[in-house]
Design a protein around this ligand. Structure first.
Ligand code: HEM
Length: 140
């Protein structure tokens, strides 16, 4: 997975769309409409915003040193089951981030970037679907 390309996509999103949350959650709720009411407490969008920024931090750690991302993702899968979020929704959430980024980047979204993100999603999925696996190899 080419971490530099993923990083570059984050940089462009930060420049162009400081709040990508509506694009991400719009996609997530289109795919899983029954997830929307779980955010009933979130009347001002701050829970969704906080959650997305934690997910971004986890991805940025996951593509780099992996200090905490793998454990965090495995823990969140378990905690979120308590909120009524089935594990398979995580893959859609990460996919929604990828698709939102592609939309924001427009012509700057390259095939190599898409490939790097697909590889990232596949790796993240391993941690979601096998929460009992051992600590991963470190990248870089
Ligand atoms: C790596 C992925 C994820 C991370 C790091 C994460 C993190 C978090 C965090 C930190 C909160 C608490 C935010 C706050 O109260 O300010 C939260 C709440 C929540 N998350 Fe996630 N989340 C992830 C994935 C998901 C997915 C895929 C869903 C599916 C819809 C989801 C649904 C929720 C809901 C419904 C709440 C609100 C619970 C409440 O009202 O107390 N999360 N998440």
């Amino acid at each position: 997975m080419d971490a530099d390309l993923i990083l570059r996509s984050f940089e462009i999103v930060a420049e162009r769309r400081p709040d990508p949350a509506p694009l991400v959650y719009g996609r997530l709720f289109a795919r899983f409409p029954d997830m929307r009411p779980l955010f009933v407490r979130d009347d001002d969008g701050s829970v969704k915003g906080e959650m997305l920024s934690r997910a971004f931090e986890a991805i940025l750690d996951f593509i780099g040193r992996r200090h905490f991302a793998h454990t965090l993702i495995q823990c969140e899968v378990v905690t979120h089951e308590g909120y009524g979020v089935p594990p398979e929704v995580f893959g859609t959430f990460f996919g929604a981030i990828k698709d939102a980024f592609a939309e924001i980047l427009g012509p700057d979204w390259t095939p190599l970037m898409a490939e790097a993100w697909s590889e990232l999603l596949a790796e993240l999925d391993l941690y979601v679907t096998h929460p009992d696996q051992m600590a991963p190899r470190k990248v870089a």
